[in-house]
Design a protein around this ligand. Structure first.
Ligand code: ZN
Length: 337
C-alpha cells in the first residue's frame, strides 16, 4: 500500500515537472517524415523543437516505428502528417502513444490526385474526374452511400488509398502544407502566431520562385523527350503540375514489389513511348532500375528524391534543394544525352 502511494506521488511530481517545463519551452512538434520537418522548421523557426519520425532517405511507406517514436508522439504538442494513407504506420502509433496532441493532415485543402491504380480497378465508379479538393472529396464520401460501399470494396483488396499521397511533389501544393502548418502552430501557440504567419508568408514566396524555376527548367526540354522512368509512382503531382510523363514499375506505394509481369509491361511501354531517361530514387533499391536500364539501353540519369530529403550534407537537404535538384537532374539527363 505505502509503496503504491509513493509511486503515485512520484508520478505526480514527474507530471508537474513536465508541465512546468513544457510551458517555458518551445512547441514540441513531431513531423512524420523529413519533408514535413523542413516545412515545419521554416514556419516554426526557433519557437519549435521538431522530432522527425522517418528521417533522411527513409521510406515512410514501409516504416516500422521505434519505441522512441511513441514517446515523442506522446509528448508532442502538435503532430504533423501527410495523410492520404502515406504513413501506413501512423494510426497504430498514435493510438499506442495515447497522445492528446492534434494530428494534423497537411494535404487537407490541397489539390489531390486519384490513385491511378485505383482508377484502373474502379473504372465505373471514378467517372473521369482526376482532380479533387481533399476536403470536398471526403465530404462526398460521407454523403453518398454508394461511394461508402465502393470504399468498403476497395479495402477488401487494397492496402493503400484511393488518392495518391505524394502531393508535396508540386510546389504549389507545398504552399498548402505550409499554410496548414501555420494554422496548426497558431492553434497550439497563440503567442507565436504573428511569427508563424510571417515565416509562412516569407517561405511561401520562396516556393513561388521555386515553382517558376521548375517550370522554366521543364520548358527547356523538348516535348517529345518528356517521358522518364523512376522506380515507384511518386511523381504524378510533378507530372500533373509541370508536364512530364513518369512511368514506374511499382505503384504509389513501395509496399508491394513489382512483379516480373509489371517489369515486362513497363519495358514494352518504355519502348513504345520512347522514354528519354531513367532514374533511381533515394528511398528505394536501385537494382530494379538498373535491370530496366540494361534491358532498354537507357542510361541511368542520376538520383531523384521522391519521398525523403537527403541527409544534411547531401544534394537535397531541404525541400527547395530537393525540387531544384530533381528538375535539374531530369533536364540534365535528357538534354545531355
Ligand atoms: Zn512513395
Amino acid at each position: 500500500m505505502s509503496r503504491l502511494i509513493k509511486l503515485a506521488a512520484a508520478v505526480s511530481v514527474i507530471t508537474l515537472a513536465h508541465t512546468a517545463m513544457a510551458s517555458a519551452e518551445n512547441l514540441k512538434v513531431v513531423a512524420s517524415f523529413s519533408i514535413i520537418a523542413d516545412f515545419a522548421k521554416n514556419v516554426g523557426g526557433d519557437r519549435v523543437d521538431i522530432t522527425t519520425l522517418v528521417g533522411p532517405n527513409g521510406d515512410a511507406h514501409v516504416y516500422e516505428p521505434k519505441p522512441a517514436d511513441a514517446a515523442a508522439v506522446a509528448a508532442a504538442d502538435v503532430v504533423l502528417v501527410n495523410g492520404l494513407q502515406f504513413e501506413g504506420f501512423l494510426q497504430r502509433l498514435v493510438e499506442a502513444s495515447g497522445t492528446k496532441a492534434p494530428v494534423v493532415e497537411l494535404t487537407k485543402g490541397g489539390e489531390v490526385l486519384k490513385n491511378a491504380e485505383e482508377e484502373h480497378h474502379h473504372d465505373e465508379a471514378s467517372e473521369g474526374e482526376q482532380k479533387h479538393e481533399h476536403e470536398a472529396a471526403e465530404a462526398g464520401h460521407d454523403q453518398h452511400a454508394e461511394e461508402g460501399q465502393e470504399h468498403a470494396n476497395e479495402e477488401a483488396h487494397h492496402d493503400h488509398g484511393e488518392f495518391d499521397p505524394h502531393a508535396w511533389q508540386s510546389a504549389h501544393n507545398a504552399e498548402i502544407y505550409v499554410k496548414n502548418i501555420a494554422d496548426a502552430f497558431c492553434a497550439a501557440d497563440a503567442a507565436g502566431c504573428d511569427t508563424y504567419r510571417a515565416n509562412a508568408e516569407a517561405y511561401g514566396q520562396k516556393l513561388e520562385a521555386l515553382e517558376a524555376e521548375i517550370k522554366a527548367a521543364v520548358a527547356e526540354i523538348p516535348e517529345d523527350k518528356r517521358v522518364i522512368i523512376t522506380s515507384h509512382d511518386a511523381f504524378k503531382y510533378f507530372e500533373h503540375e509541370y508536364g512530364l510523363k513518369f512511368l514506374a514499375p511499382e505503384g504509389v506505394s513501395t509496399e508491394s514489389e513489382a512483379s516480373a509481369a509489371d517489369v515486362a509491361a513497363l519495358i514494352k511501354q518504355v519502348k513504345e513511348d520512347r522514354a528519354a531517361a531513367i532514374f533511381v530514387e533515394n528511398i528505394t533499391n536501385q537494382r530494379l532500375i538498373e535491370q530496366i536500364a540494361s534491358e532498354t539501353g537507357i542510361k541511368v540519369g542520376g538520383t531523384l528524391y521522391s519521398d525523403a530529403l537527403s541527409d544534411e550534407g547531401g544534394q537535397a537537404a531541404t525541400y527547395i534543394d530537393m525540387m531544384e535538384h530533381n528538375a535539374n537532374t531530369i533536364k540534365g539527363a535528357i538534354l545531355g544525352s
